[in-house]
Design a protein around this ligand. Structure first.
Ligand SMILES: Cc1cc2nc3c(=O)[nH]c(=O)nc-3n(C[C@H](O)[C@H](O)[C@H](O)COP(=O)(O)OP(=O)(O)OC[C@H]3O[C@@H](n4cnc5c(N)ncnc54)[C@H](O)[C@@H]3O)c2cc1C
Ligand code: SF4
Length: 542
């Protein structure tokens, strides 16, 4: 790797080219700010990803995405290869280390949080407040929807006030989803069409969704937003993007400012990236790991960690599920993999006692699971074939995301004994799911039973395994008091005035909806903040 990235002082150095890092870079570079974006993983090509998925023997959700020796990531078929589970509960969430990051592979659910999600402590006496109000972030939610391309139904009130319309109308519901909505709304649930970063019409040079149900692990046609869109746009507008560049140390100068970031290429050779401002956008696991690895005489507990909160308050959305059979075929598997959600359990006084939740109907068909089940019952040949068809058409699955509270004991730390191919410590996870979630999960079970009954369902099976949902939150938590939080409401670290974080790592509450639209809104707001700081001394090519 040659000297340009090394010797040049950039206005902003960004670590990570997922949706967070790429939005910051794109927003700034368009306004004349020079940006360097370091990305641990390689560039990906959609066509090659599809080939790899089609040819994979085990077609799990990460099948198209190889885990690289120099920048490994978790793989479901080999759960102990990268994240080290120290329990008592498992946190085997996934993410992708590659140009564009984890949204290569997502369901594109694009939710806004509710106003109360930002003030959980002051409203319900549990968890924390962000210090940031919904109303402050609201304009950026609108910008984020317009930037990613979100399809949504303007006639549905989701509880998050809006000042902008969705850029696109909703994707039409499938027969299964419209039947589900009708039946459940009739018995008092509020079922809505999920807002999604998926095109209901051609948008931003990408085609409209054609409903082929392959959203996870890869949308073949790019109708679904992925972070590579803005990684490419940022690069096209002049950002210097360095793939296969693994940041492993942050240096702080005598004035307490970050001076440079060290990164390594796949051979282990080190280079330094120099900037005026630094943005860490390496997700909720790798960002705190990098901060904690950066111990020095000036930063003995790691960078930005005078509060000892870096890596702590790790959250996700512990998941439970139910499958059941409906009396007549509803044909799951037509259209995108997720389309409708129950939202009336997202907020209420019950949050004083147990967690909020969002329940959504899956539109995936578990042919693999059904076949394994039937083989275990010794079904073969024609009988097996018929039964697979019958069950695939009638089996529905509901998933519940539960809100977990920030708990300092739930944390990620760099391992002291196990490292990756570059000798960088692997993430070690300590995670416990407490009573706040467990109590809510019991309540969820009773809702599941009611829902199955409302659909005339039978053979309900409950999965109470608190499955991880790859929403990596809380590990550089936001707050107004530097003693117990890592960043302030501008995503600026309390300890270092030129170091910022763009990630769900800053979330002070998990709420119960997918985090990425909020990450995008915070990233766009951060870019405006940095632009204001830099605009008096814009120095492209300095
Ligand atoms: C199966 C699945 C389904 C999901 N579905 C949804 C959904 O429907 N809706 C939703 O809102 N969210 C969903 N998510 C979560 C969503 O993907 C993440 O919230 C989102 O990708 C986070 O964006 P990010 O840019 O913060 O992090 P990432 O996308 O993870 O990007 C971080 C980047 O940093 C890079 N990096 C890491 N370490 C280093 C380093 N040391 N040096 C340099 N670069 C580094 C990584 O390689 C990566 O490119 C899903 C996730 C998964 C796995
Ligand atoms: S249904 Fe098909 S086209 Fe639509 S977003 Fe999913 S994978 Fe892409």
């Amino acid at each position: 790797m040659k000297s340009e990235a090394k010797s040049k002082k950039y206005d902003v150095v960004i670590v990570g080219s997922g949706v967070a890092g790429s939005l910051v870079a794109h927003s700034l570079v368009q306004r004349g700010i020079s940006c360097l974006m370091l990305e641990a993983g390689a560039r990906l090509d959609r066509g090659q990803l599809l080939d790899r998925f089609q040819n994979a023997a085990v077609k799990d959700t990460m099948a198209p995405y190889p885990s690289l020796k120099h920048a490994p990531h978790p793989i479901p078929s080999r759960p102990d290869d990268y994240l080290i589970q120290k329990g008592p509960d498992r946190y085997d969430s996934q993410y992708i280390r590659a140009v564009g990051g984890t949204t290569w592979h997502w369901a594109a659910a694009a939710w806004r949080l509710l106003p109360n999600d930002f003030r959980l402590k002051s409203t319900y006496g549990v968890g924390r407040d962000w210090g940031l109000a919904y109303d402050t972030l609201e304009p950026y939610y609108g910008k984020a929807e317009g930037t990613l391309g979100v399809s949504g139904d303007k006639n549905e009130d989701l509880g998050s006030p809006r000042s902008h319309p969705y850029p696109m109308g909703p994707i039409p519901l499938s027969y299964m989803d419209s039947t589900f909505s009708r039946e459940l709304n009739r018995v008092g649930y509020k079922v809505v069409t999920e807002p999604v970063a998926r095109n209901s019409q051609p948008f931003d040079g990408r085609p409209q969704c054609c409903g082929n149900n392959n959203c996870m692990p890869i949308c073949p046609i790019g109708a679904q937003y992925s972070g590579d869109v803005h990684a490419r746009k940022a690069e096209g507008a002049g950002t210097k993007l360095v793939p296969n560049a693994v940041a492993d140390f942050i240096e702080v100068d005598a004035l307490g400012k970050v001076s440079r970031v060290r990164y390594r290429d796949p051979s282990g050779t080190a280079q330094w990236a120099v900037g005026r401002y630094f943005v860490l956008a390496a997700n909720g696991i790798e960002t705190p790991k990098l901060l904690l690895l950066s111990r020095s005489v000036r930063t003995p507990k790691g960078v930005a960690n005078s509060s000892d909160q870096v890596g702590r308050n790790l959250m996700d959305h512990p998941g439970t599920a139910m499958t059941f059979l409906v009396p007549k075929p509803l044909y799951p598997g037509r259209g995108p993999q997720e389309m409708t959600s129950i939202v009336n359990l997202r907020d209420g006084a019950f949050r004083k006692e147990f967690s909020a939740k969002k329940i959504h109907l899956s539109n995936q068909v578990d042919t693999n699971g059904i076949t394994k089940e039937l083989l275990a019952k010794n079904l073969y040949g024609k009988a097996l074939d018929q039964k697979i068809k019958q069950l695939s058409l009638r089996r529905l699955r509901l998933d519940a995301f539960h809100e977990i509270l920030p708990d300092p004991e739930n944390r990620i730390v760099p391992s002291e004994s196990l490292s990756d191919g570059l000798g960088i410590p692997r993430p070690e996870i300590h995670y416990r799911i407490g009573d706040y979630v467990r109590k809510s999960a019991q309540d969820t079970r009773s809702h599941f039973a009611k829902i199955a009954a409302a659909m005339g369902g039978e053979e309900a099976q409950f999965l109470d395994d608190f499955a991880p949902n790859s929403h990596l939150m809380g590990t550089t938590i936001m707050g107004t008091i530097g003693k117990d939080s890592v960043v302030n409401t501008d995503c600026q670290t309390h300890d270092h005035s030129n170091l910022f974080i763009a990630s769900s790592a800053v979330f002070a509450s998990a709420a119960c909806v997918n985090p990425t639209l909020t990450i995008a809104a915070l990233s766009l707001r951060l870019a405006d903040h940095l632009h204001r700081k830099l605009k008096s001394k814009v120095s492209v090519g300095a």
